[in-house]
Design a protein around this ligand. Sequence first.
Ligand code: SAM
Length: 343
Amino acid sequence: MKALIDKLAEGVSLSDGELGLLIEGGEGEYLRERAEKVRIAHYGREVYLRGLIELTNYCGNNCLYCGIRAGNRRVRRYRLSPEEILACCERGYRLGFRTFVLQGGEDPAFTDSVLCPIVESIKSRWPDCALTLSLGERSRESYRRLREAGADRYLLRHETADREHYGRLHPAAMSFDNRMACLYQLKELGYQTGCGFMVGSPGQTTAALVRDLRFIREFEPEMVGIGPFLPHGETPFGDRPAGSLTLTLRLLALVRLLLPRVLLPATTALGTLHPEGRELGILHGANVVMPNLSPPEARENYMLYDNKLNTGAEEAGGLEELARRLEKTGYQAVVSRGDHRKP
Ligand code: SAM
């Protein structure tokens, strides 16, 4: 196993069988150490902060795993006004954030003519900040307009690179091909692009995870979002078990070795799964955390899964607590845009 980990770290291309063995386990501490070493070589002990603003929990999609799916009638729906969004950025800027992430469900109210002026205002008021969007699948034209308005980055998890598995996680109306096409369009338009997947989503096999790693290697995204699947009681997968902590950490480390310069968040889902999940993620190669800047009412209603953390170090106001916790882990939260470092 150590030899396989070394091969991956040296950039040798591995067979599906070898990748499968790496995913399935063994020598966890050795893998962690190698991933941490690579992360330190490229990014030192810095952890980049992103201020997450959850714009809307209206969503036209019905992803089987997601708490804000259109079919969940129990969600109290909200959408932030442009003024509320700018107020979140204002507060975030004062707290030290230099990247804002606007995330939301696929809400038809956020047309380009609503979003572009918001993007333009954020970029003109805080020109030293990076702006990331995570608003799901849109047309190429829409991505182009938003990019022209000033958006720098776009996060769109591919969710799974296995077509059949994708079909089990999503209703027939959603298309694997379109999601993948969106990712290539984003990249081509010059966004720093992020893909990603949940660990332990229902029906996920080692073969599907091998496909995820292969896709990530080929696509070479600037960012990869990986977190455990966590059940939400009001979804068709409400009684399925959560993804495993060990496997999530293992995949973070493998992705760090596959793409040494990737921006890799220790996600809220990881922090929700385990009280020290965020710190463990950092120790396994992650270099980004995304505290929540949304107003409290929004945070309470953007429940993608049960018990989603939204206070303390998870909330932007708890930045000192977060910084203290990272410091105890041997890392340092930094005020910076935290761009991807090109070779
Ligand atoms: N609508 C946008 C999109 O589809 O990319 C962004 C918002 S979506 C809620 C953000 C991410 O939340 C998804 O890509 C998915 O991986 C994650 N997510 C949704 N439900 C989840 C669950 N039950 N457990 C863990 N992660 C979940």
